[in-house]
Every structure is written in structure tokens, then in C-alpha cells.
Design a protein around this ligand. Sequence first.
Ligand SMILES: Nc1nc2c(c(=O)[nH]1)N[C@H]1C(S)=C(S)[C@@H](COP(=O)(O)OP(=O)(O)OC[C@H]3O[C@@H](n4cnc5c(=O)[nH]c(N)nc54)[C@H](O)[C@@H]3O)O[C@H]1N2
Ligand SMILES: Nc1nc2c(c(=O)[nH]1)N[C@H]1C(S)=C(S)[C@@H](COP(=O)(O)OP(=O)(O)OC[C@H]3O[C@@H](n4cnc5c(=O)[nH]c(N)nc54)[C@H](O)[C@@H]3O)O[C@H]1N2
Ligand code: SF4
Ligand SMILES: [Mo]
Length: 624
Amino acid sequence: MKNVKITCPLDCFDLCQIDVMIQDNKIVSIKGDPGHDLTDGVICKKGLDHLKRHYSNDRLLSPRIKTGNGWQDISYNKAISIFADKIKSVESKSILHYTDAGYGGLSKSVSRVFFNKLGSISTHRGSLCWSAGMHALQKNIGEIKGMNYHEVSNSDYIVLWGRNVADTNLHLFMKLKKAKSEGKKVIYIDPIKTATAKFADIYLQINPDSDRFLVYGILKLSSQKIINRLDKKSLDILNRMNIEEVVLKTNVSTDKIQFLADIFCEGELNILSFLGYGLQRYKNGAETVESILKLHYFTEKINKKGCGINYADNNISKRINNPYIDKTVENVTFVKSKFASFLKDNESIRMIFIDKSNPVTQLPNTNEVIAELDNVPFKVGIDMFMTDTMEMMDLVFPAISIFETEDVIYSSMFSPYIQYSQKCLEPINGILSEYDLFYRLAEQIGLAGYPFIDIEDYLKTLLDGILAENKISYSEFKKIGKLDFSRDLDNDKDEIEFLDVTLRELTNTEVNANKDYNLRLITPHSKNSLHSQGFKDYDGLPIIHFNQQGYENGELIIVASKYGKLKCKVKIDELCLPDVAYIYEGYWNKSGIVNRLTTDEYSNYGDQAAYYDTFIRIEGKVSL
Ligand SMILES: Nc1nc2c(c(=O)[nH]1)N[C@H]1C(S)=C(S)[C@@H](COP(=O)(O)OP(=O)(O)OC[C@H]3O[C@@H](n4cnc5c(=O)[nH]c(N)nc54)[C@H](O)[C@@H]3O)O[C@H]1N2
Ligand SMILES: Nc1nc2c(c(=O)[nH]1)N[C@H]1C(S)=C(S)[C@@H](COP(=O)(O)OP(=O)(O)OC[C@H]3O[C@@H](n4cnc5c(=O)[nH]c(N)nc54)[C@H](O)[C@@H]3O)O[C@H]1N2
Ligand code: SF4
Ligand SMILES: [Mo]
């Protein structure tokens, strides 16, 4: 029996290290590394599913091409020739590269290197995920800095602003369970009464997109010492607000706002805020994150033990330099959520390449995405499975699994580690890794400047700065398996400096703005699936949760937004706000893609998809 360590490559906060047991060239079992401080011997269902996905009968095992008679497997030689000929026949700007974080290892960054070497291409900017909040951090504190989880042990209160740790950040949840048993208090703020809400000591069922009003309410009810720190413009804004208005906007009572003001003003108490990303999937997302940063600034809950904010952290990513990407190449860019509009306005796009993502289910406004994607003459994708996106391609390449390559992985979301992931097995059926595929493609078209080096040299080069700083070699890094980049409060460089300390005038939420569509639709992330990946084998209807009179569990209804319609099964949630409904994101087309309903509008700052600014109505019941 051989024991190998890999890292979970999913787009998750936690970056678990996983022990893989191998016998006779077959993986027998996997489990969370008990010696890893964050993983602590536990991995979630999504992590355990890596094994099922690796050995799945549905896995793509060969390149395939769409023909008049459906899909046909073809050899790599043929598939690479077709791909290379197409690339050579079009101008680089008419190639669109669409990608996301479906796999987090550095080895698969070669697709970006490849397209960069082709010249100026078309690609997206902003994000479906976190970019409104990133904008707020960059603007207010000049860098993406996040307090590390070790500070939980020094804090008295932990405030979770829409960070649904029980479902999306399991290992912070485990740390908070321990913290609670030691007497620390957890406050959870979310419009939906999630599993985290049930776990918290104090739960505030806030109206969607209103956290920034809550923050201003807290500041308004703060002690004179805090008020004295505000400049005139900020004070004027607070003076013009009244607390009844804040209560109405937020659904949080005056008593609770006063309680928050009291703890934030109490000098002796240490408070840590963990911000989720659901909170900023609004047009006003950046303003919300900014307001929470400023709350910590004014109340001085920052730059000391047990205090601070965790949203994301670039301590590792800023140290990774890919010398093979020429940053002077200027691409044609569009806001990611506006993918379909860009295609509509740019008939010059002749070819699209999609990797590490499933835009047909994950981009907003699916109906337009499908219609516009359909018009692109040649489409190529790479995935482990025939997803709804891969079904729309003309040429598909299989992807290897995490067990089939060595890699280096980090997550800028939460885990402070960068980790080495060992190769466990040779790829099934001799399929090519993305690393080898792009190497061969680059060879075939004679791509100047492409790094024709082996994978180990590529990874080593990307880690140059990190290895030098830690005074270790790549082989030593492989042996240690991980390096820790936790922010350190004793290090001046890790202190947070505020660049802008004036409160801004707040923009109203869109609540009830749209009378034709009376329910706001939130589409959060589900516990057992990483986006669409865990819904592969689910073929029931999507489930809609709400608390509306006249409906019963299990009934089927049609819901509509101005973007499309969806057939759903009802699940009554008696704790749901009256004007809110929620459907988890990630369902495949065979069930019904929730993004058929969502808006493709984006945040005022940061180009973030404003998914949760979607409004729907119930069009009627349908029979089973
Ligand atoms: N199991 C699982 N884990 C995941 C993922 C997954 O798909 N599945 N995805 C990963 C990725 S890519 C991401 S981006 C993260 C996302 O991690 P989270 O941010 O934790 O997840 P979301 O589901 O986007 O939103 C969290 C909560 O925000 C709430 N919310 C919505 N609007 C507001 C608001 O205005 N104010 C407040 N206070 N709360 C609000 C939602 O109701 C939801 O419960 O999770 C990562 N982890
Ligand atoms: N309505 C709604 N929509 C949302 C969100 C929401 O809150 N609401 N959240 C958004 C967020 S936060 C995010 S981050 C995006 C995520 O959007 P995506 O990243 O597009 O979502 P996934 O479904 O995880 O798709 C990843 C794909 O990569 C494939 N894959 C896995 N390993 C590899 C590999 O090694 N190589 C290649 N080439 N492919 C691989 C998987 O099989 C899967 O099909 O979704 C967004 N969509
Ligand atoms: S999905 Fe997240 S919590 Fe689950 S095993 Fe992977 S890194 Fe760990
Ligand atoms: Mo995300």
C-alpha cells in the first residue's frame, strides 16, 4: 500500500490536504490529512467525490468531435491538427478564451500562456465570484489583505456577514465550533436562515443588499468616542439618516443594532469579521464590503490580536510571477457577466475556447448565453465530463483528474497555505494532461516564445520568488508539502492602512423596485456540490424555497423573470422572508438551469455579476 498526499483543487476556501491510499495501481481510499492544521483529518463530500469522479463511467477518455451523426472519438493527432489549423486560419482577436477556477492547480495555467503567445485575444474581465469585494479592498486598503483564521482564538465575537460556513467553508465552521465551546460568540447575518444561522449565537435575518445600512446604523448608535473619529462629510450623512429608516431597510431591530454598536464600541472586546461573497453579488456589492471595512476602521477593530477582516488574501498570488505571460499584450476585454452581449455585438469572434468552467450553467442569463454561443462557428472545450457547455462544443478534449498529475495549488479565498499535490497514477486511457496538450499544440503551430520545458521546470519557475524567500529548493518544498503565508500582526507590512476614511452616500437597494416581479431570487451555493459539479447525477427538478401562501411542498410551478422561465418543485421554508425565494445554483439543463432566470447586470464597481439583483414571479402551477 502506498500513501500519497494530494491537495483538493476545487474552488473552495479550504484547500484541504488529502491522503490517498494506493494499491496495485488503484486508489483504494482517500481521507483528510489528520496532520494538517486546517484540514484536521476531515474532508467534505465534494472532496470525497474526487474518487467517484476519477473512476466514473461518464468520464471523457478521448478527444471527440461533433459530426452529423453525433459525437465521434478521434485520435489526439487528428484533434490537435484540427485545433491547430483553425487557430492558424483566424486572427488572434477573433479567438475568445473563457475560463474559471474549476481546477486550481498552477500546471493548468498553460492555457493562458498559450493564448498570450498567440497575441491579443478576446477575453473577460471582472468576475462571477468576488470582484466587487476585491475592488472595495483594493480601493480602501490598497491591497487584498485578510486576517488569518488563527485569530479566531484571540477574538471574543466572530461576525459572519453572509458567510455560510456550515455549507461553503467547512474548516472555518469546525474552528468556530471549537471557539463556541470556549465561550466565544458567533453572530451570523444572512437573509436566509441557513445551517450557519442555526449554529450561531445571534442570528440577524437581514433584508438582501442592506448590510451597508446596518453598518451605518451601528455607527449612528456608536459611542461619542467613535463618532469623534468621523469627518464632517461622514457625520452629515449619518445625521441625515434616522434609525427607524435603517430598521425598515434592514429588517434588524433597534435593539439588535444597539447591541452591535455596544460590542463594536467596547474597547476591550476583540471582533473578527468574515465576509462571504453572497453579500456582494449585487450592483451595490462593493459599497457593502467597503462599509464593513470602515466599521472596523472607525471602531478600531483592526490591526490588533483577535480583530480584523477576512474576505480574501493575495499574500501568495502576489508572489507568483508567471514570466511566460507577456503583460504588455493588450486583450480585447468585456465584463464576464456580459458574455452573451459581447458575442452578440462582435460577430468577428470565429472561435471560442473554454476550460475549467461550465459557463452554460454558471453564467447569468443562460438563454442568451446558449443562443449566442450557438452562433460561434468553432468551439473547443476541455473538461472531465460532457457538461452542458461541452455538449455545445465542436471539439472536446478530456481533462485528467487531480490524481493524475503533480501540481502546486493555493486559494486566495481563505487558506493561508500553498501546497504541493503529488501525482498518484498515470492518466487513465493515456489521456493527455492540459500541460502536455498545449505543449503539443504549441509545437504543431510553431508558437514563438512558448515554454517548451517539462512540467516540473514550469512549476519551479512560477515558484521562484516563493522558494527564494523561504530559502528552500523545489525538491525541499515537495518534501515539506506546504508553506504558510498567514498574515502576521507583528509584521508592519501586514498591518492594514486605510486610504479612504470618509463614509460615502449610500445607494438604495433594489428591493420592491420591480412591481412586475415580486420576489427577489437568491441563488446560493449548495453544501454538497461545487457549483455544477456535484449535480452531474441529479435529474430531478430544481427546488425553489420560499414562504408563499397557497403552495405546498412538492407542487410544481413555473417561475419567470424578465430573462426566462423555469419549472421548479416547491419547498416551503417558513423562515424565509416574505419577498425572497431561493434556488441553489448548479443544476444542469436536464433539471433546469437556474441562471435562465438571473440578470446579467453587474456591480457599480468591480465588474461583479449581480446575480442576486434578480426578481421573479410565480406564473402558475403545473401538474406532475
Ligand atoms: N459547498 C460549496 N462550497 C463552496 C462553493 C460551492 O459551490 N459549494 N463555492 C465556492 C465559491 S466559488 C464561493 S464564491 C464561495 C461562496 O461562499 P459564500 O459566500 O459562503 O456563499 P454564497 O452561497 O454565495 O452566499 C452565502 C450567503 O450569503 C447570503 N446573502 C445573500 N445576500 C446577502 C446580503 O445581502 N447580505 C448578507 N449578509 N448575506 C447575503 C446568502 O443567503 C447565502 O446564504 O463558496 C465556495 N465554497
Ligand atoms: N446563479 C448563480 N450563478 C453563479 C453563482 C451564484 O452564486 N449564483 N456563483 C458564481 C461563482 S461564485 C462562481 S466561482 C462560478 C463558477 O463557475 P464555473 O467555474 O464555471 O463552475 P463549475 O460548475 O465548478 O465548473 C467547472 C468545470 O471545470 C471542470 N473541471 C474540473 N477539473 C478540470 C480540469 O482539470 N481541467 C478542465 N479543463 N476542467 C476541469 C468541471 O468538470 C466543471 O465542469 O459560478 C457562478 N455562478
Ligand atoms: S471542497 Fe473544500 S472542504 Fe471539501 S475537500 Fe475540497 S478543499 Fe476541503
Ligand atoms: Mo466563486
